[in-house]
Design a protein around this ligand. Structure first.
Ligand SMILES: Cc1cc2nc3c(=O)[nH]c(=O)nc-3n(C[C@H](O)[C@H](O)[C@H](O)COP(=O)(O)OP(=O)(O)OC[C@H]3O[C@@H](n4cnc5c(N)ncnc54)[C@H](O)[C@@H]3O)c2cc1C
Length: 236
């Protein structure tokens, strides 16, 4: 039964995302027609303009740029958390229709890995036992009922689509050190990919502590430097 590592891919995104966001902004404040607006945003660098509208709080413009990520090798525990983001769209591999006949892939938490080989072996043996129980039930009941045996560690695969506004919100919550380790790792990898695709939209993305103060109050992790390191920013 394979232990599995997360895979995060940016599958598709709005072509030249900065241009569509800038065009949406310019359209609001300009008498120009669509052709002229389109020509203007493709001719001129829009970085400064995007910074200006973003600092004005005109965040709905960001909804015109959409990004679709593929995630696999992530746990059903992650699934429960990421699907709380209601402004995203999801397609998730079904445990009703896709059976784990031989065995199921699963995620091993780092805290168990840190305990050493014996702990990992014990955890893997428990997963195998669950797999065996699952296989027994698969002979007697439909997949949709046998799956009740499967643990939060069982891996899944999904497509997630978010617009840039929702992504900024998602990154602010889930790249934070207070987020759970698996969704935090996935969120940082999504941010790396989003930044590569649209640097002007995501250059200030991430937890609040990267560019200002921590909003968590008494619950602060107290280690903004780790977020800055992960974002590749110099120490403050
Ligand atoms: C560190 C951490 C710990 C957490 N712990 C728990 C926990 O113990 N228990 C638990 O149940 N959840 C927990 N959550 C999940 C959390 O409560 C949210 O459900 C999740 O982060 C999605 O955030 P959201 O609702 O802001 O975002 P989204 O659903 O992505 O929505 C984006 C924004 O749209 C707006 N919006 C969306 N829907 C509505 C609506 N119906 N009405 C008004 N405005 C709306 C809001 O401004 C919202 O911020 C935790 C999250 C984090 C990051």
């Amino acid at each position: 039964m394979p232990q599995i590592e997360p895979v995060v891919k940016l599958i598709r995104y709005t072509p030249v995302p900065e241009e569509i966001v800038a065009m949406a902004g310019r359209l609001c404040y300009s008498p120009s027609d669509l052709d002229a607006l389109e020509e203007r945003v493709s001719r001129q660098d829009q970085s400064k303009y995007l910074q200006k509208v973003s600092s004005m709080g005109h965040h709905s413009l960001l909804e015109h740029a959409v990004f679709t990520f593929g995630l696999e090798g992530v746990s059903r525990a992650l699934l429960a958390q990421i699907t709380r983001h209601r402004v995203a769209s999801f397609s998730v591999q079904s445990q009703r229709y896709v059976g784990m006949e031989e065995d199921f892939d699963y995620v091993v938490p780092p805290s168990i890995r840190e305990l050493g080989e014996d702990a990992v072996a014990a955890y893997c043996a428990q997963m195998e036992q669950i797999g065996a129980w699952y296989a027994q039930w698969m002979e007697r009941v439909p997949k949709e009922d046998a799956r009740f045996l499967l643990p939060n560690a069982a891996s899944t695969r999904m497509l997630v689509t978010m617009n840039a506004r929702e992504l900024l919100h998602f990154f602010s919550l889930r790249c934070c050190n207070r987020a759970q380790w698996e969704i935090r790792e996935v969120a940082w990898r999504m941010l790396d990919l989003a930044k590569e695709a649209a640097p002007d939209l995501f250059h200030r993305a991430g937890p609040a502590c990267l560019f200002g103060s921590c909003p968590e109050g008494k619950r602060t992790c107290g280690h903004p430097e780790t977020a800055r390191q992960r974002a590749g920013l110099p120490e403050k």
